[in-house]
Design a protein around this ligand. Structure first.
Ligand SMILES: [Zn+2]
Length: 122
């Protein structure tokens, strides 16, 4: 059985590093803007590309932050480690590689396949 306190500590540590990375991503985005106006060495396309990369990274970090926060909520609620779809226990190995995992391996795969189908239809 999992130790909820250990899970919470792990999630809080992950959340902290994601928040740190988010702050760095924000700083990097500001640097691009500064370079563009003060140095002018970056072409407009380069700057736009760098900003798009920074925005993509920022978006991924922001969603990871939400995942970690909701995982912490589930620890508090006592439902951490249970699949949000079928309520089966998520494998320890799976939680170890992604402590914020929301679905068990089966449901996650099913949802991925379902998502693929949805994308194909468009
Ligand atoms: Zn499941």
């Amino acid at each position: 059985m999992m130790d909820p306190d250990a899970c919470r500590r792990r999630l809080e540590a992950d959340l902290l590093s994601v928040q740190q990375a988010l702050a760095e991503a924000d700083a990097a985005a500001d640097t691009v803007i500064l370079d563009q106006s003060s140095v002018g060495r970056l072409s407009r396309m380069d700057a736009m590309q760098q900003q798009a990369v920074a925005a993509g990274l920022r978006g991924r970090l922001a969603s990871q932050k939400l995942k970690l926060q909701s995982a912490l909520d589930r620890v508090t609620a006592g439902s951490y480690g249970l699949c949000c779809q079928c309520e089966a226990e998520i494998d320890i190995e799976r939680l170890d590689s992604d402590p914020a995992a929301v679905f068990c391996a089966d449901c996650s795969m099913e949802r991925e396949l379902h998502g693929e189908k949805l994308r194909d239809r468009r």
